[in-house]
Ligand binder design. Sequence first.
Ligand code: FAQ
Length: 328
Amino acid sequence: MYGNAFISPEEAKRMNEQVEDADKLAAFEDRITRGEKIEPGDWMPAEYRKQLIRMIEQHAHSEIVGALPEGTWITRAPNFRRKLALIAKVQDEIGHGQLLYSAAETLGKTREQMLNDLINGKSKYSNIFNYPAKTWADIAVIGFLVDGAAIVNQVINSKGSYGPYCRALERICYEESFHLKQGHDNVVYLATGTPHQRAMLQDALNRWYRPLLHFFGPSDKTSVHSEKLMKWKVKLASNDDMRNQFLDQYVPKILELGLTFPDPNLHKNDDGVWEFSDPNWDEFYEVIKGNGPCNAERIAVRKYAEEAGRWVRQALLNPSDKYVTPLA
Ligand code: FAQ
């Protein structure tokens, strides 16, 4: 399926093979300095295209895999109102994946290629969705803090240089703000509930703290792509700056509920920068390599969805095909 792509994969390959012209590169960088948006048919360096595909594709995968930990709680939501809200949120996350795959397609990689790379383990997706949602309090923490972290990152990225990605992010951020409200409501409810509910929430916070620090990527000293991405205004803040903004906004909100973070060294220094204990970066690299607690399970679910949905895609593409049959 080739949906909204403006550039075919063949065209993108041809454009990448062109010798990079110094004048074109200078004109491109001038446009970025002036704050203009780059659009799909515009000339762009092959490396810019490659980086954007990598980043938007990873983001799209994160949305559809990110729906899985929460999705497992739809049948176990504690009441009808919470269930309705969770169903709507999970549906939104899948919709964000759709928007982002469409944005990545404009750069010349098809959705099929992206989904194949996801299920074959070639593409990455956010570390944070490789941890289990063990209790209902995990759903509260995901809704408040994972969505909160995603908003910090996405609001910043939405001011970037590539038009289709920024427009997708603007829409996504509106919806994420709603997710945040339901997550906050859920956190406050549990924090002000019975001792058991508070303990369950504290336990969830303890488990999500380190993956949340990892969420913004490795420190600026070890980040691989930041320099290039910031030069081309794909990223407008470094990983450490985004992490700091997140801690600035959310640590006080958790502390004011009388909850804690499992890190005695977490504090803001005199320069306004948050300091924390080493969040175990080895664990981060293992998780993004595919060795986290739930990587295999998440990919297995995506593989199943691809296989079980194949007949639907075939039926949509070839409605007259008599031989299209659902999986048994
Ligand atoms: N997870 O050089 P850098 C959401 C990789 S959406 C996994 O610093 P960069 C919504 C990175 O790819 C969440 N891998 O990378 C939701 C690279 O490896 P590579 C996703 C990570 O790109 C909420 C290597 O480490 N958001 O949550 C991670 O400059 C609730 C070196 O790193 C986005 O994707 C990570 N956390 O900066 C859904 C936003 N961090 O590719 C459901 C767009 C780094 O060379 C429920 N992305 N790596 O093999 C970005 O802003 C950037 O890509 C960063 C990383 C900031 C994530």
